[in-house]
Design a protein. Structure first.
Length: 118
């Protein structure tokens, strides 16, 4: 499987970014998909997940109301719209297939860096 996240960057607090993740090497529509992130010096953590048909989004409390996860099954692409960004959102963001709020694949890809300045 190949997972490629993109769209990160440097943004001021209160700003917005939209992340994308393209997926290949597996049947995209067979999996729930999720975003995870790894803040500097910390463990990787769950951010948001979405069901196979684009339903039942679920968010970590820390991003609820600010982030929106979506997917395009036609384009095998996962998205994360991030609004009202905070410095504590600074992290490398990754996508993966998901089951029980845990990543399915051991392979993570490079991720995309999001840096929020105060």
């Amino acid at each position: 499987v190949q997972l490629q996240a993109s769209g990160g960057g440097l943004v001021q607090a209160g700003g917005s970014l939209r992340l994308s993740c393209t997926s290949s090497g597996h049947t995209f529509t067979s999996y729930n998909m999720a975003w995870f992130r790894q803040p500097p010096g910390k463990e990787r953590e769950f951010v948001a997940r979405i069901g196979r048909n684009g339903v039942a989004p679920y968010y970590a409390d820390s991003v609820k109301g600010r982030f929106t996860i979506s997917r395009s099954n036609l384009q095998n692409t996962l998205y994360l719209q991030m609004n009202s960004l905070k410095p504590e959102d600074t992290a490398v963001y990754y996508c993966n297939a998901e089951a029980g709020l845990v990543a399915v694949y051991d392979y993570w890809g490079q991720g995309t860096q999001v840096t929020v300045s105060s």
